[in-house]
Design a protein around this ligand. Sequence first.
Ligand SMILES: [Zn+2]
Length: 469
Amino acid sequence: MVEIRFHNTKTRRRELFRPLDPANVRMYVCGPTVYDRAHLGNARPVLVFDVLYRLLRHVYGAGRVTYVRNFTDVDDKIIARAAETGRAIGGITAETTQWFLDDMAALGALKPDAMPRATDYIPAMLRMIETLIARGHAYAAEGHVLFAVESYPQYGALSGRSVDDMIAGARVEVAPYKRNPMDFVLWKPSTPDQPGWESPWGRGRPGWHIECSAMSYELLGDRFDIHGGGNDLIFPHHENEIAQSCCAHPARKGEECFARYWLHNEMLQVEGKKMSKSLGNFFTVRDLLDQGIPGEVIRFVMLSTHYRKPMDWTAKKAREAESVLRRWRGLAGEMAEARAEGKPPQEVDPGVLEALADDLNTPGALARLHELAGAGNGPALRASAGLLGLLNKGMGGWAGAPRADADVAERIERLLRARAEARAARDFARADRLRDGFAAAGVIVRDTAEGARWELAPGFDPARLEEME
Ligand SMILES: [Zn+2]
């Protein structure tokens, strides 16, 4: 079996991955808070962990991996959005959840095995909070329940901070009911116009962190293999998840509590700058799709940077990715299918698998796909690209019928005139070069009685056409 290695945030080391139960490999990834369209940065963890999910399914078997990703559908940002717009909270969260699913499907992300919504797990959260109080790790005060960070000596281990450092670095106003400024909210009171549930501490709603602890426990058990998310979640969210889960369900002797491998992706920038509304470089995934950038192209660009490095989204990368994917689709498409007929299904290339097993080295895997494409190995290219969620049948609609924009049409006409002139001058070498150039670029030329007619083939590559001039 392929050996998978990850950089584990928890140990700060590269480690061999050994699942607790190879017949049920379990992974939890923090999902979106549903009040707005997913921006491009939100897509990064979805795609990174989608490739990990595909890798685990490939190595352990498709039915032997359980991937859970939550929807946070109770949150102060959602309440604020409802107040701004005058809309019902349920309407906002239902609509935004569907947007998220549609946009991520357009990027070729597989659906996780479970997508729990926080509001469906309030009783599980209440049970966990009561356990934490009973074990002396939490206390009720003024309608709130707080986690007592001093009750858990390992608090801060994931992010490598001490509680004293955190207090010194915190610039938040400390609520009078907190025993320690770093104590965090498990439950808080709701006013009558805010969403709330009855609890032993009055009508209220959960804090953000408790939902992931409660839902992962319900769906994956007290111990599971992988916990993922963006590195902006390490502190406080994941630190708090660990404190809650390890205190409510402590490790048995010789075992670890909660998740064993913690994977975090780096952030995303746009054209070298942090994405922000004030800089005018803020995009949602839908914005890019509506501009005509295919989901597969967005996926390719995202995977071209290793997940632990900052990813810089640029328009140039998107253009280049589109050109590569058109070429690959041409190579892996019908011709490969015809050649593969009657042969056993192509295996994933060992080089691609090896790269992904090496801490999810997607740029390394793409480099290997380039080699397969360079060698003209369409069947292997297609089988291996599938492991990265690329060149799948369902996603190729954009590449099937390429459209010629005015520049492309003008260039083709110009090159056809050059070919006619070469023929008239009996320069057959040049005419043949142009014919071969059209074929390589994916321009189908037919000479008719009325002159040359042309159309674009599915693998049309504008860069190759440009090189002909
Ligand atoms: Zn979470």
